[in-house]
Write a protein that binds this ligand. Structure first.
Ligand SMILES: Cc1cc2nc3c(=O)[nH]c(=O)nc-3n(C[C@H](O)[C@H](O)[C@H](O)COP(=O)(O)O)c2cc1C
Length: 169
């Protein structure tokens, strides 16, 4: 898929067929996550692939907006390592860049995906850390649910000239 087609047609998909996706597809998505830019090129990201239905269900139990997880092909949690990037804002930005790359990669593979936020919700960060046994220095930022689409969502053109400023506000 052409990069502009991918960017312009990606939408959040929240209904999945329940089929698993292949390890090759998962690796392609992970690679896209690793390829994202990061501040000072610290690459402070860690990825946790969730395939176990029990884990996916446990996450859906405490995350009010991630109820689609158990029916997705898998979940991928993107975390930041506070020891590698000590500037917290950069850590979140780096993980966010990975999350978006992964959404686009999933779309490029013809799969559906949605980004479910974890940071900055203290309760979601705590529950995720406990469920996944995350070390103290590892911050969960978001999880993507990815799988075979059970529906299509139409692309939207969101370009808004009134929000574009040139040289000064
Ligand atoms: C930081 C962040 C957190 C989000 N959290 C959730 C979430 O918890 N559950 C969900 O279904 N969608 C979540 N989304 C997806 C947004 O709702 C979605 O991107 C937005 O409605 C625009 O729709 P689109 O992705 O189809 O373009 C999140 C997106 C971002 C960037």
């Amino acid at each position: 898929m052409d990069i502009f087609e991918a960017i312009n047609t990606r939408r959040s998909i929240r209904k999945f067929t329940g089929e698993v996706i292949s390890d090759e597809e998962i690796k392609t998505i992970l690679k896209a996550g690793f390829q994202a830019p990061s501040a000072h090129n610290m690459q402070p990201r860690e990825f946790i692939v969730l395939k176990d239905k029990e884990v996916l269900e446990a996450m859906a139990q405490f995350h009010p907006y991630a109820k689609m997880l158990p029916n997705a092909g898998c979940g991928i949690v993107v975390c930041g390592d506070k020891n590698l990037q000590t500037e917290f804002g950069f850590l979140i930005s780096d993980c966010s860049a990975s999350l978006e790359n992964m959404l686009l990669a999933a779309h490029g593979l013809g799969l559906g995906a949605v980004w479910c936020g974890i940071y900055p919700k203290d309760d979601l960060m705590k529950s995720t850390s406990e469920l996944l046994n995350l070390p103290e220095n590892i911050v969960p930022v978001g999880v993507i649910a990815v799988g075979k689409k059970a529906h299509e969502v139409n692309p939207r053109d969101r370009y808004n000239e009134s929000k574009v400023h040139y040289d000064r506000w």
